[in-house]
Design a protein around this ligand. Structure first.
Ligand SMILES: C[S@@+](CC[C@H](N)C(=O)[O-])C[C@H]1O[C@@H](n2cnc3c(N)ncnc32)[C@H](O)[C@@H]1O
Length: 412
């Protein structure tokens, strides 16, 4: 046994254990077990935990029936039905006894206290799109984790795509690109972008990402699609359909989230009618992220228990408006107005006329999360003139409410 434990010249032999329904015994219910148990549970193992104590998270796994917990010290014979054992206690004697039983019963055994005495090592693992990555670097877990992270990230963002071996998402992906900062798109959105043949992009959103696309990718500016006798939206729908029918992987890159004032559902419906599969990738909406980026929380304990996101593209007295502004004026919480720069004077006036305090703070954040980001502060009484004096322009998110004044960056 001692000789085997000190034979580092042979690398470990990697293998994927199929543990579903098979007994795995975990000795010790501390931090190591807490980290390892979720993957064992996900693998469907029949898990027996033997430990006098457990962390609250491990206790919760036992309480929910995901694992069976015998609250006691390890005893000889505990491994009798085990296929695999994880030894992770601070009790060195128990570790050595359990390890000896594992050796006797030919059960693969991982030891958190002494990798050299173990018969198996846990690789650093990660998953992306049906690929399981497992990395072993001998006894350097940090390096294993770093290599694993690099591979998983490469798979997720498409830089390690191995394109011939992956199943491409068919049809069109409606991808929410976030508010503008290229780091604020989702991992899935970025990967689909890296796999695209055609990208139809809005003016808003992470334009910088388009520069990174390889030259063969056709990038179409949605605002410049010629629409002749069609409405602009119909022209975009048709472009999506045509490219998808030509067998291209199409990404419709939209600012923020596709379904927050983004006409995403109109595009999804048009694609459904044309029989084209459509994947929706949610995005980080500017309505929350742009205020957040300048340090304004849309809710804050004791200040605002609700936030309402409204479109301000038509004035409150316009027949086309679907917004009940008098009702909003009676709310105490945060109001976030998108597309409202042009109409903010009328909006503020309506809110005050219907009971909102004219001193309510207002922040306008123009081109949030981009290099051109700019914040202008006012209140409901002054905002109309401030917008003109400061030349605030779209795109801007307007936040109305006491939250504008909370937080270290906002208290003057
Ligand atoms: C047609 S809406 C689309 C909203 C988008 N789907 C979202 O979830 O953020 C466009 C409006 O969103 C807001 N907006 C989007 N990105 C912004 C940004 N980076 N900075 C400020 N406002 C932004 C502006 O109010 C703009 O007029």
């Amino acid at each position: 046994m001692a000789e085997q434990a000190h034979a580092p010249e042979h690398p470990a032999y990697p293998v994927g254990l199929r543990l579903s329904g098979r007994r795995v015994v975990v000795i010790g219910g501390g931090q190591v077990a807490q980290r390892r148990l979720p993957a064992l549970i996900a693998a469907g193992a029949d898990i027996l935990l033997v430990s006098p104590s457990a962390t609250p998270s491990v206790e919760a796994m036992a309480a929910s029936g995901e694992i069976r917990w015998e609250q006691r010290r390890y005893a000889d014979g505990d491994l009798s039905d085990a296929w695999y054992v994880l030894i992770a206690t601070a009790d060195t004697e128990a570790n050595a006894e359990a390890s000896a039983e594992a050796e006797r019963t030919r059960t693969w055994c991982v030891r958190s206290d002494d990798a050299g005495a173990a018969t198996a090592w846990t690789p650093a693992t990660g998953r992306s799109e049906g690929v399981t990555v497992a990395v072993l670097t001998g006894r350097d877990p940090r390096r294993s984790a770093a290599v694993r992270d690099a591979i998983v990230e490469g798979l997720r963002d498409g830089t390690l795509a191995a394109p011939h071996h992956r199943t491409r998402t068919p049809g069109v992906a409606l991808v929410g690109g976030g508010p503008g900062d290229p780091d604020l798109i989702t991992v899935r959105g970025r990967r689909l972008l890296a796999e695209a043949d055609v990208v139809i992009a809005d003016r808003l959103g992470p334009r910088d990402l388009l520069d990174e696309l390889p030259p063969h990718v056709e990038v179409i500016d949605a605002a410049k699609i010629p629409y002749g006798r069609y409405m602009a939206q119909e022209a975009i729908n048709n472009a999506l359909i045509e490219h998808a029918k030509a067998g291209k992987a199409v990404v419709r890159l939209k600012g923020g989230d596709p379904f927050v004032f983004g006409r995403g559902m109109e595009e999804a419906e048009a694609l459904a009618q044309a029989g084209i599969p459509c994947t929706v990738v949610p995005g980080i909406s500017s309505s929350i992220s742009v205020p957040g980026a300048v340090g304004i929380p849309v809710t804050h304990r004791g200040v605002a228990h609700e936030f309402t996101v409204v479109s301000g593209h038509v004035a409150p007295d316009d027949d086309r408006s679907l917004v009940d502004w008098p009702a909003l004026a009676r709310l105490r919480g945060t109001l976030v107005v998108l597309m409202g720069v042009d109409k903010i004077g009328a909006i503020a006036q309506t809110l005050v006329a219907n009971g909102r305090d004219p001193h309510t703070p207002v922040a306008l954040i123009q081109e949030g999360t981009t290099a051109a980001e700019r914040r202008v502060d006012a209140n409901l009484a002054t905002v109309a003139e401030t917008v003109v004096a400061e030349d605030v322009r779209p795109p801007a998110v307007i936040v109305i409410g006491e939250v504008v004044a909370v937080g270290p960056r906002n208290r003057q």
